[in-house]
Design a protein around this ligand. Structure first.
Ligand code: SAH
Length: 377
């Protein structure tokens, strides 16, 4: 007779729940929901992952929790520190994949740049994550786990005096393409019993998934950044294929609706400056014209960060200066993002991790690069 042995039920990772989910889970296992809040505080304020150390949780409950669930952040494969103090973590996922998380210390704040996907499906030609292809979305635990791991490793400061003051969803992936998990993780970043960051200090950056921008503003209060990179459709489509689906006019209309819903907020437009591609006076004029329609918004100029195999180059310092001056003279709020951590490839667009590409795009790109090298020789 065949004997069927039931598998023990899979343990649940508590990092996958926001506060509401955690309360529901505690109810399901026959506990009072306020216990969930006690445990949440241990997880996010004390960065505790061992139930046995949660001293105000009764012994019986601690034993029960150990049996049915766990607190599982991603594994650190590597923690590199750049000469300017920037940290880059390589965090292991399943099947040999890995993602990257970056911490950027500045005198008055510390910003953590968090990934939302293993790779990215959007294929923006100037981004090294895009060149890696796409594997899968990260779970809520894998997203909030990046903040947890970084907070723990940056160490020795109290919750009130924390080193991570800002989180930007600007790492690997398109966060809006992993909507539910990203929103749940951002609720944990904002929650007082989570990391307790104000809405201004949690920013989601999108390549412009228009319908999801509207959904986002309806579901959570965070700040928005939009990757623009070109102020005319022809060039933007060349740089960012998503522009075919959601052209500039549609994107700006979504930005108008965002501001109408959140009148006191501003949107940051990211514009990566690539030599001879989008950094000329005519491009500045086009951008100024576009920004006139969004007078409360800002432009963040990013000098292009090179990566192996790219066809693009960083703009010359003179052109960067000229571009910024034109915008400033026209009254556009413009910042130039300093390149941080480039001795450890931790700058914008350089995050590559280790991605088992399911789209075959990286193979195609490598093939084109090899052919290009052949033609060039
Ligand atoms: N997918 C989202 C989140 C990525 S954020 C988005 O597109 O907004 C990372 C930012 O760095 C984006 O503005 C992206 O366009 C920009 N970027 C990508 N590659 C870059 C590179 N090589 N140099 C400088 N900036 C780059």
């Amino acid at each position: 007779m065949n004997q069927v042995v039931a598998n023990p039920p899979e343990k649940v990772n508590l990092l996958d729940f926001d506060r509401r989910g955690l309360r529901d889970f505690f109810t399901q296992i026959g506990e009072k929901p306020y216990r969930a809040e006690q445990v949440m505080k241990w997880i996010y304020h004390d960065l505790e992952d061992n139930f046995e150390n949660m001293t105000d949780v009764g012994k019986a409950l601690r034993a029960k929790l150990t049996e049915v669930c766990y607190i599982g952040a991603p594994k650190t494969l590597l923690n590199k520190v750049a000469t300017d103090g920037t940290h880059k973590w390589l965090l292991g996922m399943d099947s040999g994949n890995a993602i990257e998380t970056v911490y950027i210390p500045e005198p008055t704040r510390g910003t953590l740049c968090v990934s939302s996907q293993i790779g990215c499906a959007l294929n923006c030609g100037f981004c090294s994550t895009g060149a890696q292809g796409f594997n899968r979305n990260l779970s809520t635990a894998e997203i909030i786990g990046q903040v947890w791991v970084a907070a723990k490793q940056l160490g020795n400061v109290t919750h009130q005096n924390r080193r991570i003051t800002n989180v930007v969803m600007m790492g690997m992936g398109e966060p809006l393409a992993n909507f539910d998990n990203v929103v749940r993780a951002m609720h944990l970043m904002r929650d007082d019993l989570g990391f307790g960051l104000a809405s201004k200090r949690v920013t989601l950056s999108t390549a412009g998934m228009v319908p999801l921008i509207d959904q986002l503003s309806a579901q959570i209060d965070v700040s928005l950044a939009v990757s623009l990179h070109a102020a005319n459709d022809e060039l933007r489509t060349e740089l960012m294929p998503i522009n075919k689906r959601y052209p500039i006019a549609d994107l700006l209309a979504a930005c108008d609706r965002w501001i109408a819903r959140k009148p006191r907020t501003s949107i940051t437009f990211e514009y990566t400056l690539m030599k001879g591609v989008n950094d000329q006076p005519e491009h500045a004029r086009q951008l100024i014209k576009l920004m006139r329609k969004l007078p409360t918004c800002k432009v963040n100029l990013i000098p292009f960060n090179p990566f192996p195999g790219t066809q693009y180059q960083r703009s010359d310092a003179n052109d960067i200066h000229d571009f910024q001056t034109r915008l400033l003279n026209a009254g556009v709020l413009t910042m130039l993002r300093r390149t941080r951590g480039d001795d450890i490839d931790a700058a914008c667009g350089q995050l590559a991790g280790q991605v088992t590409d399911r789209t075959r795009r990286s193979a195609d790109i490598r093939k084109r690069q090899d052919e290009g090298a052949l033609h060039a020789s």
